[in-house]
Design a protein around this ligand. Structure first.
Ligand SMILES: [Zn+2]
Ligand SMILES: [Zn+2]
Length: 160
């Protein structure tokens, strides 16, 4: 039997993927998780401001092809930390998708040190430039088929 223990990178990127499934935007579903010393600090997914109508209920608020209604996953993770009084200076970000320029600016200002993303759909050139200038590393961590097998959530299904 092969090892059932998944790597740290796969562990966190898989959690970002699971978080994305809570998205309430009709656009790309994104999940993000802030991690420090292999501990989860905060997490988020993209969706409307809490307590206001979801994109899935009233439609996206599209401006120039972007949905203004949704708070981005990375922003929600940062705001969750702010709300709970959790220091994220020096933390790493695991996110399903390459961050946009605004999220990158906020992440850099919050002191995020490393970014690991899963999908590289339309990487933002200004985000890349800022990350480079701040010497913050960004690395693609694809979700592996082997990990999906190792996680195998169906093993936890209640048997009849
Ligand atoms: Zn939306
Ligand atoms: Zn963003």
């Amino acid at each position: 039997m092969t090892s059932q223990r998944i790597s740290w990178h796969q562990y966190f990127i898989a959690q970002a993927a699971i978080l994305s499934t809570r998205s309430t935007c009709n656009r790309r579903h994104v999940g993000a998780i802030l991690v420090k010393e292999n501990r989860i600090m905060a997490s988020g997914y993209n969706g409307a401001v809490a307590g206001t109508p979801h994109c899935t209920e009233v439609g996206d608020y599209l401006v120039d092809g972007h949905c203004l209604r949704a708070v981005h996953a990375e922003q929600n993770a940062l705001m969750q930390a702010a709300k709970m009084g959790i220091a994220v200076d020096g933390a790493d970000l695991y996110v399903t998708d390459f961050p946009c320029a605004l999220c990158t600016k906020l992440l850099l200002q919050a002191g995020i040190q490393r970014i690991y993303f899963m999908r590289d759909y339309r990487p933002d050139p200004f985000a890349s430039e800022l990350l480079d200038q701040k010497k913050v590393s960004i690395e693609q961590v694809p979700f592996e088929a082997n990990t999906a097998e190792q996680i195998n959530l169906t093993q936890f299904l209640k048997e009849d």
